[in-house]
Unconditional design. Structure first.
Length: 256
């Protein structure tokens, strides 16, 4: 009788342990998988796992069977210039994408038109493409459109509209947009002049390594725009910008 009781207890314990092991495996399956991978893969190796999409065949001989598909291509990759691809071929490949509403392609087509890469320089067309991408919410396009409107490049000068687009790009933390907005506030272009606000905006981009803003901050310290004049700090900011080959900063350092 005692042997039977012992066996029953042992069987019950083994069953309980089995259930507990299954529960733990389900709860901690991600951690277990990670531990196994770390054990099997040499230290320092990079493991990547491309997600696959499963779908079922709708009908026919293989109806109901699961088929694995490769993940969709990276939407950014199709707008990158390929190795050995000429500027002209790159532009011709981007243009249909831009016409079909690809925002990144619109931005790149705008840049090609603005700088004459792969197509003759046409700043009117550039502004049109910048506007399409800006309307779609692209912060870089918003900054570029603001620049064109402020300087009358490919369009009539419109400082008020420039400030509007700079502000939209700055809301998305685009450094070029922040810089443009700082410049407008410092000099009162399209907005009421506010040197302190302009300096603060310029500093916001400068501390993050934006060379034109570093140059602008250096100018502010030298001229006392929005901040107390301080030649040493002005020179220090200009020097930072020269380390990124900013030509204006180099000429200002020589002049001051």
């Amino acid at each position: 009788m005692r042997r039977r009781n012992r066996r029953a207890v042992i069987v019950w314990l083994l069953a309980a342990l089995g259930v507990a092991a299954v529960v733990l495996a389900v709860v901690f399956r991600a951690e277990i998988k990670r531990a196994v991978v770390n054990w099997l893969v040499p230290q320092g190796a990079v493991v990547t796992e491309a997600p696959l999409v499963e779908r079922r065949q709708p009908g026919g001989e293989n109806a109901g069977t699961r088929v694995k598909e490769e993940p969709a291509p990276d939407p950014v990759e199709k707008t990158l210039q390929r190795t050995g691809e000429s500027s002209e071929a790159y532009y011709e490949r981007l243009l249909p994408l831009a016409e079909n509403g690809d925002v990144l392609a619109q931005l790149k087509v705008a840049e090609a038109c603005f700088y004459g890469k792969g197509t003759p320089t046409n700043r009117v067309d550039a502004v049109g493409w910048y506007r399409k991408a800006a309307d779609a919410g692209d912060a870089s396009a918003q900054a570029s459109l603001g620049f064109c409107l402020l300087n009358g490049l490919g369009c009539e000068k419109d400082p008020h509209a420039a400030v509007k687009w700079y502000a939209r790009g700055a809301e998305q933390d685009d450094l070029n947009a922040i810089h443009g907005l700082a410049y407008c506030h410092l000099h009162g272009f399209g907005v009421e002049k506010d040197e302190k606000k302009g300096f603060d905006l310029a500093m916001k981009a400068a501390v993050r390594g934006h060379a034109p803003s570093q140059t602008l901050v250096g100018e502010c310290f030298h001229a006392g725009l929005g901040v107390e004049p301080d030649k040493e700090r002005g020179d220090a900011w200009l020097y930072r910008a020269t380390r990124q080959n900013n030509k204006r900063a180099e000429s200002l350092l020589q002049a001051y």
